[in-house]
Design a protein around this ligand. Structure first.
Ligand code: HEM
Length: 415
């Protein structure tokens, strides 16, 4: 093996737990992409893909599975699959969520809820989203600063999912907390304390959904919850466990990712000289801006697949049962695909990024996430066009693999 490759970081050092990686992720990916685009990380038992075209091929390839049980023992995927729950005790509904189902189960479940996530269906959420955003901004009226994540982006995205599900708002802060705890399940470095939190997060979130299924709390019709209940009761198409599991996934996938997009996007915008002014002067650039935010610092930085058979990827053999990490973050900065990829450009014209994945698991909530973040920025920047990052409180980034975002981002609110 040549020296350069053996010097690349592996295992933990190739995750945001490592300070160097957290600071220089794209520079590290650039070096790896250049000399080892199919990089064998034997510490974590996986092959890391950093080229756009490799990432795209794997996500579209039907012989790659999302089910951890096909992966080698001690592999990255097997390690991540643990939820800390004992399914024999039926503590909760750990039916695999949509994103961890292969076809045909995946197709059956996805078909049932797709209609709620089309751009046309999501458009109905426009007014509720504007109301949620402006109510949250009203709460910080008169304040000099706020935490963009905890005061705005996080409650906004959680309230939007609750609204779509047709559930009451009172669980908003618990839902957010449990979601953050559940994310630690995607961390191969999780501690025993984290394991406990993951378990509690799953159990409490599931119990809340279970109570809602059983009670008459689901008042809003048509809502996602009412449609899922109908699919269960009238057509026998979904089980209770699948409904709870879907709700959990929609809650976790929908709230943390979207608030991360708002936080990461805001940070990129403010760190790119002249961009905020450009956007304020040209609000028609907002759609473009959100696409560039998705590309530049994507909230789901990587995803995993397992080979079900020996597969050739560009003459490189991936063995059956091998785990592959497809880095969406590295793919979105591949210079073969994007010119000047490390530059944040509001006017980037060809922005065919892969932040929402591709293939059968292409993000179901993409249209919702786009609308929500465009409106969140519109409301925020209309009220506070001269908003800026706080110099007193430094931003704090989450240090997990997979879910990339800030847990705290203090901003100064000058009108
Ligand atoms: C900026 C926000 C978001 C980003 C960056 C994002 C990203 C992604 C990505 C990359 C995947 C594919 C994962 C894979 O292939 O392994 C995915 C799947 C998924 N996302 Fe999102 N997502 C976002 C928001 C949402 C929202 C708002 C919802 C719903 C409320 C949602 C629901 C889902 C679901 C259900 C899947 C699984 C789809 C399937 O397996 O067929 N996402 N998302």
């Amino acid at each position: 093996m040549d020296k350069e490759k053996s010097d690349f970081p592996k295992g933990r050092a190739l995750t945001p737990h490592d300070e160097e990686f957290l600071k220089n992720r794209q520079q590290i990916y650039d070096q790896i992409r250049l000399s080892a685009p199919k990089f064998k990380d034997d510490e974590y038992g996986r092959t890391l893909l950093t080229k756009f075209r490799d990432v795209e091929s794997i996500l579209k390839c039907p012989s790659f599975s999302v089910r951890a049980q096909f992966s080698e023992k001690d592999s990255y995927m097997r390690n991540l699959a643990a939820t800390g729950l004992d399914s024999n005790k039926r503590q909760t509904a750990y039916e695999p969520p949509l994103v961890l189902l292969d076809d045909p189960d995946h197709r059956r479940v996805r078909q049932l809820i797709t209609k709620f996530f089309t751009p046309k269906a999501v458009e109905k959420m426009r007014d509720p989203i504007i109301k949620i955003a402006s109510d949250l901004l009203d709460k910080v009226d008169g304040k000099k600063s706020m935490d963009l994540i905890t005061d705005y982006a996080a409650p906004l995205s959680t309230l939007v999912i609750l609204k779509m599900l047709g559930l009451p708002e009172d669980s908003v802060s618990n839902m957010r907390k449990w979601s953050e705890d559940i994310l630690m399940g995607y961390d191969p470095e999780r501690t025993s304390d984290a394991r406990k939190k993951i378990r509690t997060g799953y159990i409490e979130m599931s119990n809340t959904f279970k109570e809602n299924i059983q009670s008459t709390v689901v008042k809003e019709k048509p809502s996602l919850m009412s449609a899922m209940l109908e699919a269960k009761e009238q057509k026998g198409l979904l089980s209770d466990l699948e409904i709870i599991s879907l709700c959990t996934q929609l809650m976790v996938a929908g709230n943390v990712t979207t608030s991360d997009l708002i936080g990461n996007g805001f940070y990129a915008l403010l760190n790119s000289p002249g961009s905020l002014e450009l956007l304020n002067k040209n609000p028609e650039l907002l759609e473009n801006a959100v696409e560039e935010m998705l590309r530049f610092d994507c909230p789901i930085s990587e995803t995993g697949r397992i080979a079900q058979e020996d597969t050739l990827l560009d003459n490189h053999r991936i063995k059956s049962h091998e785990t592959v990490t497809a880095s969406l973050s590295a793919a979105n900065h591949d210079p073969e695909k994007f010119s000047n990829p490390h530059q944040f450009r509001l006017d980037r014209s060809k922005n065919d990024h892969i932040a929402f994945g591709t293939g059968i698991h292409l993000c179901l909530g993409a249209a919702l996430a786009r609308l929500e973040s465009q409106l969140a920025f519109k409301e925020l920047l209309t009220k506070y066009p001269r908003i800026c990052l706080s110099h007193q409180k430094p931003p704090i980034r989450r240090t997990l693999p997979f879910f990339s975002g800030f847990t705290s981002l203090t901003v100064q609110l000058s009108e």
